[in-house]
Each structure stands twice: as structure tokens, then as C-alpha cells.
Ligand binder design. Structure first.
Ligand code: GLC
Length: 424
């Protein structure tokens, strides 16, 4: 049964943001800063649309998968229409695809979001998921074939993780030579405060990785074998594990044999302990160029709950990090020297990650923690609006405004579960 809660002014604003960022079949993350379709943003946008326009929700995912590569990869950006306000644009990536795309992927949350959308109305979604399902399978197979060489997921560019400048990647970034990338003009720092964005040295290295991919014609095996950056990512590992479960569940309902997908999920769970760093007592990223752990602990480490991968220490570790801030879960460890509360993934609280964490907490029966996370996230949005991310200590809104995925998680989770609102 679907319950309809009483709509609030913030609900109206959130819907208006999704509709305002709709470019016809796909939604941009925010006007100006991100003028194209981003992979995991779109999956969250679809979840947000599902609260008021199911047809549009499915269309969002269909448009995303319309840019899938022949090998199964679903790119992290789809450049539907040229926009000079963004760098690096399609001419820098040079992937020669139609539509033009980037050459890396992004966290595979689509299956998990599709299942949530399907639950809203299984009958109405049946045909849509039947057509999408094999495409999602092909994408998950791509992760397995191209990125899971050690058993867990490795990324070839920090942007692939969706957590661009997280301290997790510092150790791998240190090995990338950004000194020969040539002249270029960034566009992000013209849209938002540069102190809330990655620095120039980091950007040079990001571009060097793009140039390597382009030079080898985006040959994914070559990039993994000889590219400048390769790190195991706890975030995508846990997201993919969970997404495989969701994909298998939907496949079962459609009458498919899902044993292969169940095997992928089981293999990822079996390999997950490899990411446990006894020094930091947490799941950690590992640099595959050197074999060394990053010795960091980030929000993504606690997506272990989402994947049903736990350790006896996880809850205590999570509380320790969370209690050091006031608003939502910090993207990076507040106790580390690298912590910067307003710089992107080096400390801020991201509503969208809070939502994913809460799904995991709730599924493990940690209802009080899930509700605390929802409440703290809601407070940020209620006080400041639908920003990209927030300072987790004083709540200062950061990055882009009128942000699609912040609006989406308000409608589906942060503003939706509020017991005070009740249902009508
Ligand atoms: C930034 C974020 C990434 C997101 C994109 C669009 O690159 O780090 O996770 O997908 O912006 O919002």
C-alpha cells in the first residue's frame, strides 16, 4: 500500500528542483556547475521522481542506459548537448561515442534505485524493468570483468568513485604525474567558491589520467594494467555487492536464472575482508600500484552495512567518527590531518551518502542510527535548502545550490520518514 504524506513547502521546492533540472529524459545535477547527465546522480534523480512521476523515473534510467558502451560500461557523464561551461568536456575525453560520454564509470547504484522504484508500483514497472534488467546485468558484468581483478572493485580514476578528492585517493594520486598536462581552463571554480573545490595540483593529475585513457583509445585493460592510477574502493565494492542482490531479486521476479549474479555478490562478500585495515580498524582503500593501504577511513567504509558486510568493530568505529561532528556523517575522518570540513569529499556531509548509509543501517536493524542520520540531514536542508554538501560541524551549505540528488533524497527519505508529519 502506498501512503501519501502531507506535502510541505520543502516538498514542493524539491519537486520544482527536479523538474527545473530536467533537460528532457535526463536530469542535470545542478545548473551551471554540472550541465550534463551524471550516472549515479541520475539514479538518485529517478528515485526522487518516483515519489510523484513514476513514468519519468523509469525514463531517467532508460536515458542513462541508452549511453551504455558495447562492453557494458555505463559512463559517468553523458554529454547529450554541448555546454561550454564545463571542463573537461567531450573533446577532452575523446571517447568517440554517440552520444558523447566520459571514459570511466561511477558507483553502480542504479539496480538498487530501480528496485526501490519498482516497489512503488510493481505492476506499472514490470515492462520497464524487464527491458532494463539485461542492461544492468551487462554493466555489473563489466565491473566484474574489468575492475574486480583482486576480488574487490578497483577504480582507475578518483572520479570513478564518485568521491572525487576524498583523502582515500591521496596515496594513489601522489604517484600520478600531472606536470605535463598543458594549459587548460577550469570551469568549476567560476561557478562556486574555489576553497570548496579540489586544488590545482590535484586537477592536473585528474587531467593526466584522462589523457592516458584517451591516448590508449579507452582500452580498459590497458588502463588497468598500465594507467597512472589504480585503487581498490570500499565504496563501490559495497555498493556493487548490494546492487547485485537487488538485481538478482528483480531478476528472480522476472523469471530469470540469477545464479550468476548471486555468485558475483557472494564473491564480493568473500573478498571484502581484504579491505579491512587492522591499523585503522576500518574498511580502507588500497593503492594497487604499491599494495599499500591508504590508512584513511571515509564515509564509504560504512556502506558495509548496505552490503551486509559487518565486523564486530564497525558500529563503535562509526559512532566515534560521527560523534565528532554535528550534522550527518562526515565524508572523511574528522580526526585526520587531511580533514577539511568544507572541501568537497575531504570532510563535508553529503545528503546523498547519508541516505545510502541509512538504508544500510535500517536493513541491519539499526533503526535509531538511521533515524538520527535522517534527522540531522533533514535539519541541514530545512535550515539552508538543497545544497550539494554541508559543513558537518556548523552546517554551512557548500557547493552547488538547487541540487538534484539532494532534492531527490529529501522526497524519498530525509523529509519523507518524518514521524512528525504522519501520513494522509
Ligand atoms: C562531483 C561528485 C560526483 C557527482 C558529480 C555530479 O563530481 O564528486 O559524485 O556525481 O559531482 O554531481
Amino acid at each position: 500500500m502506498t501512503t501519501h504524506r502531507i506535502s510541505s513547502a520543502l516538498d514542493d521546492q524539491a519537486r520544482a528542483i527536479l523538474q527545473g533540472n530536467d533537460r528532457g529524459g535526463y536530469t542535470i545535477p545542478t545548473d551551471g556547475l554540472y550541465p550534463y547527465q551524471w550516472n549515479w546522480d541520475s539514479a538518485f534523480a529517478a528515485w526522487g521522481f518516483s515519489t510523484f512521476d513514476l513514468d519519468r523515473a523509469w525514463t531517467e534510467l532508460e536515458t542513462l542506459f541508452s549511453a551504455q558502451w558495447d562492453d557494458g560500461m555505463v559512463p559517468h557523464i553523458i554529454f547529450h548537448k554541448q555546454d561550454p561551461g564545463y571542463f573537461p568536456g567531450p573533446e577532452v575525453w575523446g571517447t568517440n561515442k554517440t552520444p558523447a560520454t566520459s571514459g570511466i564509470s561511477q558507483p553502480p547504484v542504479a539496480a538498487t534505485m530501480a528496485r526501490l522504484i519498482l516497489q512503488a508500483d510493481p505492476e506499472a514497472g514490470r515492462e520497464r524493468i524487464a527491458a532494463l534488467w539485461p542492461k544492468i546485468v551487462a554493466w555489473h558484468r563489466w565491473w566484474r570483468d574489468y575492475r574486480c581483478g583482486t576480488g574487490v572493485v578497483a577504480i582507475t580514476h578518483p572520479w570513478e568513485s564518485g568521491r572525487d578528492n576524498c583523502p582515500d585517493w591521496d596515496i594513489g594520486m601522489a604517484g600520478v604525474d600531472g606536470s605535463n598536462v598543458g594549459e587548460y581552463t577550469r570551469r568549476d571554480t567560476g561557478h562556486v567558491d574555489p576553497s570548496m573545490r579540489p586544488g590545482k595540483a590535484e586537477y592536473d593529475r585528474y587531467i593526466a589520467m584522462v589523457q592516458f585513457g584517451r591516448a590508449c583509445g579507452w582500452d580498459q585493460r590497458e588502463i588497468v594494467a598500465n594507467g597512472p592510477f589504480l585503487m581498490e574502493d570500499p565504496g563501490i565494492t559495497f555498493i556493487l555487492t548490494r546492487a547485485n542482490d537487488d538485481l538478482a531479486a528483480m531478476g528472480r521476479d522476472l523469471g530469470h536464472d540469477v545464479s550468476e549474479i548471486e555468485g558475483w555478490a557472494a564473491d564480493l562478500r568473500a573478498a571484502a575482508p581484504r579491505l579491512w585495515n587492522p591499523e585503522t580498524r576500518g574498511f580502507d582503500a588500497r593503492d594497487l600500484k604499491t599494495g599499500r593501504f591508504a590508512d584513511r577511513i571515509a564515509s564509504a567504509a560504512f556502506l558495509a552495512y548496505l552490503a551486509g558486510v559487518e565486523t564486530p568493530e564497525l558500529a563503535a568505529r562509526m559512532d566515534g567518527i560521527w560523534d565528532a561532528v554535528r550534522y550527518g556523517f562526515p565524508s572523511a575522518d574528522p580526526a585526520a590531518d587531511s580533514f577539511e570540513p568544507r572541501r568537497y569529499w575531504r570532510g563535508p556531509s553529503w545528503p546523498v551518502v547519508n541516505a545510502l548509509l541509512a538504508i544500510g543501517l535500517k536493513d541491519r536493524g539499526l533503526d535509531a542510527a538511521a533515524e538520527r542520520l535522517r534527522r540531522e540531514t533533514a535539519e541541514l536542508i530545512e535550515a539552508h535548502g538543497f545544497f550539494e554538501y554541508f559543513d558537518p560541524i556548523d552546517g554551512t551549505p557548500c557547493g552547488g545550490d538547487a541540487f538534484t540528488w539532494t532534492a531527490a533524497i529529501w522526497l524519498t527519505w530525509a523529509g519523507a520518514d518524518d514521524p512528525a508529519k504522519g501520513a494522509a
